[in-house]
Write a protein that binds this ligand. Structure first.
Ligand code: SF4
Length: 266
């Protein structure tokens, strides 16, 4: 892949192994640093798209392995999990927005913006945004309309019981037997990428709620992307706190310190 060698995941005895965690974080960090260095001459949107593409391909490999090993029941057309609040990295938002603006006809984009505008004002908490009547604005005919570009959260949501997903959604209880490992590995990959963006680009990496942030990026992509590229806040009022209470920036710094990726080491 472009960002992380997913064979690390296949060879790992346990995702709790600190050596494995270090390898995933560090590979993503170092690969992203190289890509940032290559992209200094310009073409930044394309370069960031390549970073996300490589990461997504690696995640998909990990997900495929765990889905088969753990008996995931996720199938095409099953979209119970697309009624949850989705948190995304700013980089993912720009990747999705660029894809939509480059490939979808104007009436389709207008319809999407209308759906996003209906979801955007909802409170930024999972419970308020979860339910059968609150599908993701990108869900069309029970399929993800940006499937190849969907965020990592969506890529890693693997369930071992479709009926539990349905029951959970109807009861609005969010009790689904998810397979945790792909999410953990994906989180480490993204932290490695984010640490490179923070250190070498001075960029903001805090997670944003998908519908609010995507609406901003679709309304004026160039302005939002320039703001983010300048290290400024492109997605005000879109941020959702991490469960740990730490910012994504702090989590990336902490992971770097734990992995020994510190200033002067690269
Ligand atoms: S982005 Fe796609 S996969 Fe993710 S919740 Fe929306 S429709 Fe579902």
């Amino acid at each position: 892949m472009g960002g992380v060698d997913s064979s690390e995941a296949e060879n790992a005895e346990s995702i709790d192994d600190p050596a494995f965690q270090k390898a995933v974080f560090e590979q993503a960090y170092r690969q992203t640093c190289l890509q940032l260095e290559d992209g200094k001459a310009g073409a930044n949107v394309a370069m960031f798209g390549q970073i996300i593409k490589g990461r997504s391909e690696a995640i998909d490999e990990v997900v495929a392995d765990y889905a088969s090993e753990c008996g995931a029941e996720c199938v095409s057309g099953c979209a119970f999990c697309c009624h949850q609040m989705v948190l995304s990295a700013p980089l993912e938002i720009f990747d999705i927005a660029r894809h939509i603006l480059d490939t979808k006809p104007a009436p389709e984009i207008a319809g999407l913006k209308e759906r996003l505008a209906k979801r955007a004002p909802l409170p930024l908490d999972e419970q308020s945004r979860y339910g059968a009547d609150k599908p993701c604005a990108l869900l069309v005919d029970n399929r993800c309309s940006i499937y190849e570009h969907r965020p990592s959260l969506c890529r890693t949501m693997l369930s071992t019981s479709r009926s539990a997903c349905e029951t959970s959604l109807n009861a609005r209880e969010q009790r689904v037997p998810f397979i945790a490992e792909p999410s953990v590995i994906s989180f480490l990959m993204q932290l490695g990428i984010d640490y490179a963006l923070i250190r070498h680009g001075g960029l903001l990496t805090e997670k944003v709620e998908l519908s609010r942030a995507l609406l901003i990026a679709l309304e004026d992509f160039e302005s939002a992307f320039q703001t983010w590229s300048d290290g400024k806040e492109a997605f005000p009022d879109c941020h959702v706190g991490m469960g740990s209470g730490l910012s994504n920036h702090d989590l990336a710094e902490r992971a770097a310190a734990q992995c020994g990726v510190v200033k002067g080491s690269d």
